[in-house]
Every structure is written in C-alpha cells, then in structure tokens.
Design a protein around this ligand. Sequence first.
Ligand code: BES
Length: 454
Amino acid sequence: MTLSEPELRAAITRELPGVRADLERLVRIPGIAFDGFDHSHVERSAEAVAELLRGCGLDTRIVRSGGGLPAVIGSRPAPPGAPTVLLYAHHDVQPVGDLALWESDPFVAVERDGRLYGRGAADDKAGVMAHVAALRAYGDELPVGVVIFVEGEEEFGSASLEQLLAEHRDALAADVIVIADSGNWDIGVPALTTSLRGIVNMFVEVRTADHAIHSGMFGGAVPDSLTVLAKLLATLHDDAGDVAVDGLVSAGPTPVDYPEDRLRVEAGLLDGVSFVGTGRLTERIWHRPAVSVLGIDAPRTAEAPNALAPSAKAKLSVRLAPGDDPKSAYAAMKAHLEKHVPWGAHVEVTFEHDGAPCVIDATGPMFDAARDAFRTAWDGVDPVDIGVGGSIPFIATFQEMFPGAAILVTGVEDPHAQAHGPNESLHLGEFARVCLAEALLLRSVADAAGPLAS
Ligand code: BES
C-alpha cells in the first residue's frame, strides 16, 4: 500500500520548507552552459543535484558525452509489477543579461510578494526540486520505479544530448516520462503541455569593405554594413509582421485562444505597440514559425566614430512550428539571407544550435491519470491542454528513442515567471501545487498501470 492522498498532502507540506531551502542553495550556483561562461559552476551544480538525489535514496551518477556538460542520472528500481517513470529537468540556467535590470542579485534567491526571485528559481531549478519533493514525500514507499535525468546544457541547445541518451539508453528506459520544464495556464489553473516549438539559432554577418572608412568622404556612395544588415533583417517579415521566409512550415489551428489584453500585460507591451502577424494569438505563438533578432554586434553608439562600419553581425533565432524540421528550416533561412542581401554585400550565415519541435497525443490512461492529479492538486480546477512557444529539445529525441512511452509535460512556470529575462521568479503557491501534483501523479500512474502490471 502506498500513501493516501491526505498522507501525500501532509508529506508535501512537511517537505516544502526543506525543498525551498535546497532550491535557494541551487540558485546560488551560476551554472550557465553558454560558451564563454565559467563551466566549473555547471560542474558544481551537477554535484549539488547528485547530492540531492543520493539523499532521496537513488543510485546516482554524473554523466557526460564527448565535450558536453554534466548531466545527472539517478535511479531506483520499480517495485515488482510497477511501472518505471523517468523524471526530467535541467540544472543549467540562462545568462542573466544586464545586471542593472535586476532588482536583486540573480544568484541569491529572495522572496517578494509570494514569489521567489533568482535566475533558475523557476526555469528549471524548481523543476528539479519538484521531482525531489515528490521523492521525499514518499520516502521508502514510492509506488513506481524512477529514473531521473537532470540535464546540464538544455539552455545552450543540448549539443551532446543525443549521444548521451544513446549511451545511457538502457538506464533511461521508462513507461512514462514526466518533464517538469514547462508551465501552467495561469496562477490557479494547471496545464498539460501537448506541443512545443522547435528552434534553430544562427548568426548572419555582412561585410561591405575591408576597413572602416570616413562617413563624410564615402557616405552616399559606399554602403555601410549596418544599413545592409538592417535592410536584410527587414526582409524576414512582411508588412503585417508574418514571417516571410519560404520553406518554413506552419501547423494547424489551436484549440484555445489567449486573450489579447492578457498577453499585452504579460509581455509588458507598451501603449500603442501592436502585436505582429495575423491569426489567433495562440496560433502565432504555438503553431507558427517566429523569427527574432536576439543581438547585434556593431559599434556602440557612445563610442561610434563618424565612420562606415565595414562589418556587422546579428544573432537570429527561429522558433519552428510543430511538424517542421530544424535542418530544413536552417537551409531555408540560409537561402533567404543569401538571396536577399542588398547591394552585393558579402554575407555569411553560421549555425549555432537547434532542437526539434514536438507534438504529444495526450490521450490514454496515463494522461487521464495526470489530469486527475492536477485537478486534485488545484482543488478541482480542470487542467487546460496547451501548446508552448518555447522549446525542450529533449522531448523529440526521447519520442524517437522510446515511441511507446507516455510523455507528460508539466512544470512550474507561470505567465509572470519572466524566465530568461531579468527578475525571473517562481510563484511559491503554485510551486507547492506542482510538488503535490507530481506526488499524486506518481500514485495515479502506478494505479493506471495496474492492468499492465498483471
Ligand atoms: N522551460 C523552457 C521551455 C519553455 C519555455 C516551457 C516557455 C514553457 C514555456 C526551457 O528551459 C527553455 O527555455 N528552452 C530553451 C531551449 C533552447 C535553448 C534549445 C528555449 O526555449 O529557449
């Protein structure tokens, strides 16, 4: 006999203070997998996660592939006849950007108005801790086998993930996968994520001259590279703001819509700034490609001399609709950029990283079990099936390796979490529900697998 619902509620309440203290400890470790950052912190972060898993009684090791960063695998065998559940999260975080925009140190977790602020407090150290909370709540009475896989380079494109999964294929085999790296529909309303966009990031560099030249002597006859880059980037969208790159795929209609005023507030859109693109908002952010300019290397305005810059470089990110393929999307972008560069300027497109989109058929007993667990944890509120505009490349890779496994995509993020931006935060009330939902979910999965077990 495993724990009852009231026992699990009590166990989560008992465990939450310790879980929060450990989350705060994880937030202190600036484990950023991007090139150019000190990767010793990612190593420390993997060790901290491994320690937490050992504390839950899991057989735990730190693994890596090739030159990749460390992931942590922990496991505990299934009781006889019970299913095995793979729990996924990642321990690396995004860079913090401009520190001046943070109201408190990104690597010191601070509570304000019921939210815990800090880089990774939500994405995805809280995902790691939701798994830990569920394991601690059960102690020795876990009704399922578990394998936990905590990745260390998700935010930088998971370069070694495929190899890592192939090397540990047998250890990671599971009947059900719980991915705690997505989010909920709103505060107080849970969600089950059923599609995610893919991603392909790239750089485009344009060159017009072999050195910087006097803007008065040459301007008017010689193009400057920044104007070339601006004109080139402007060809990526049509006047309505829809992506104008041939060869990128769109998916079909979405089942729910997002109120415009809600998205305006959540995005912090300024008065008078319109949305871009056409169609339902959920179609635009879940089911269609998006092309964004993430950064530009160019002279800084305060230091720019009166000279025509000979070269300029932009970082572009394309979100891919479910059904698209990262390799063909990159080829389509490269062809577009090479074709549309104005005035014969030299153009070079280089690949950074990619990840495939995914669609999950959320029907069947495991998904019903998950919905029941969410409904209970949110005191009777039905979960909404949602798409997500962000990406979790692990999912498509996993679907390919284990086509039979049910993939439950859950998570702690809410529309105000500001993941990837300054002042990222976790809603502590929702986090408690997510922890309870995961504990309940493991129980419902064991029950739903009952017929399989016999
Ligand atoms: N947690 C996010 C994915 C996500 C975003 C879920 C928004 C729900 C809502 C994940 O950690 C993430 O940010 N992934 C990266 C992946 C990329 C670097 C390959 C992303 O989407 O930018």
